[in-house]
Every structure is written in structure tokens, then in C-alpha cells.
Design a protein around this ligand. Structure first.
Ligand code: FES
Length: 221
């Protein structure tokens, strides 16, 4: 029987040190360099996948819960709890008329309305007219107490909850407050089907379950 090969632990060659997979002429230094490079590239690849996911996962914890800009909607007497009143406002004041849109506003009804989780109770309900399917403008129909989208038949209930068609979440809302007897509207925010508050999302972005971690906030749209 042949004697087992003798290896020199101090040899600079991988073959001489008996390292598995060694080939002639390969030095330990070169092997370590290749291993280090492979680990570095592997670490970069893992970080590229993990960091965005982590950001989306932790994002909701950092979402702000107050508005930064307020626009006047009119005196409190203009609004009631029974019907939405349309008001024109400016999403992007810097661009003038092209930045204008419509919001439906009514007083919050403490007996009937759902309190949005994750924020202070808002004195008024200000509903966005942007459909959460792909963004067509919805219209409020007082006779049926529903919001209807003309594009693909989306139907929303009195609180903006989805009741039919393809929309993926309730209609977005705006912060509201009362200053010196006048109603003011702040930034937009989104809600999921449980009426939990989220920073604003684009149309077609789901917000229930794990979906809430997959879409980034879009406060400027
Ligand atoms: S955009 Fe409203 S239902 Fe499609």
C-alpha cells in the first residue's frame, strides 16, 4: 500500500499544502484573493436585493402623520355630514390651472364614519377623485351615495371603500383641519381596505397584506 502523500503546511502552493481542488502552480495568495473577491461580489448582490426590501418594510414605520401644506376649502357652514361638496384645489400650485383637481368634502360623522387607523381623527372627510385603478377621475352620485368611475366601472361606497370593479384599494383622502372657522385641506394619504393610513401611493398599488411593502410612497403625485 502506498504511503499517504506528505504535505508541507508552509508551502506557498495550494497543491503542496494539500488543499482540495488545488492545481499545479496555484499559490495560496491567489486562491485567497479569488475567494475574497467571490465573497465581496456575493455580499454586494445580497445587499442589492435585501436593502430595497428592508427599506419598503421599514418605510411604513417612518411615514409621517401630519400635513405640510394647507389649502382653504371654505367656511364650515358650507359642509354637512349628509352629502359631499365638490371643491377645486391645486395639487401643484406652482403650475397654476393645469395643477387643479377636485376633492369631495363633508363633515366627519362620529356615529357612522370609520376612524382611519394611524392618525388623529380628522374633522372632515376629504376624498380624492383619482380612481385607485389607473387614475381616472371619479364622480360622486348623491342619489346612490356612491363614487363611480367612468373608465372601467369602478364603484366606491360612501366612505370611498371599493364596492365593485377593478380598483385595488379605497379612494385616497386628504388631511383636514379647521382654522378660524374655515376648513382647510392638507396632503393626500392612502388607506387600505381596513382603513389603515399609509403615505400616498400611486393608482393600482395594493395596500393589503404583504402588498403594502412592495410599493414605495409617491407623495408628489
Ligand atoms: S380607472 Fe377607474 S375603474 Fe379603471
Amino acid at each position: 500500500m502506498d504511503d499517504p502523500p506528505k504535505f508541507d503546511k508552509k508551502s506557498r502552493y495550494t497543491e503542496g499544502r494539500g488543499i482540495a481542488g488545488a492545481y499545479e502552480g496555484e499559490t495560496v495568495t491567489r486562491r485567497r484573493l479569488m475567494e475574497g473577491a467571490a465573497q465581496l461580489y456575493g455580499g454586494i448582490a445580497v445587499a442589492a436585493i435585501a436593502l430595497p426590501s428592508l427599506g419598503f418594510a421599514l418605510g411604513p414605520l417612518l411615514e409621517k402623520s401630519t400635513a405640510s401644506r394647507w389649502q382653504d376649502l371654505g367656511p364650515e357652514d358650507d359642509f354637512n355630514i349628509e352629502a359631499y361638496v365638490p371643491r377645486t384645489f391645486n395639487i401643484v400650485p406652482e403650475v397654476g390651472d393645469p395643477g387643479k383637481s377636485t376633492v369631495y368634502v363633508r363633515r366627519f360623522d362620529a356615529e357612522r364614519d370609520t376612524v382611519v387607523k394611524g392618525q388623529e381623527r380628522q374633522p372632515y372627510v376629504a376624498i380624492s377623485t383619482r380612481c385607485t385603478h389607473v387614475g381616472c377621475p371619479v364622480r360622486y352620485i348623491q342619489a346612490s351615495l356612491k363614487f363611480v368611475c367612468p373608465c372601467h366601472g369602478g364603484v366606491y361606497g360612501f366612505e370611498g371603500q371599493v364596492e365593485g370593479g377593478p380598483p385595488v384599494r379605497p379612494l385616497d383622502r386628504f388631511y383636514t383641519r379647521v382654522e378660524n372657522g374655515r376648513v382647510e385641506m392638507g396632503d393626500r394619504f392612502s388607506v387600505n381596505s381596513e382603513f389603515e393610513r399609509f403615505s400616498p401611493r400611486d393608482p393600482s398599488n395594493h395596500l393589503d397584506g404583504l402588498w403594502q411593502y412592495l410599493y414605495p410612497s409617491r407623495p408628489t403625485t
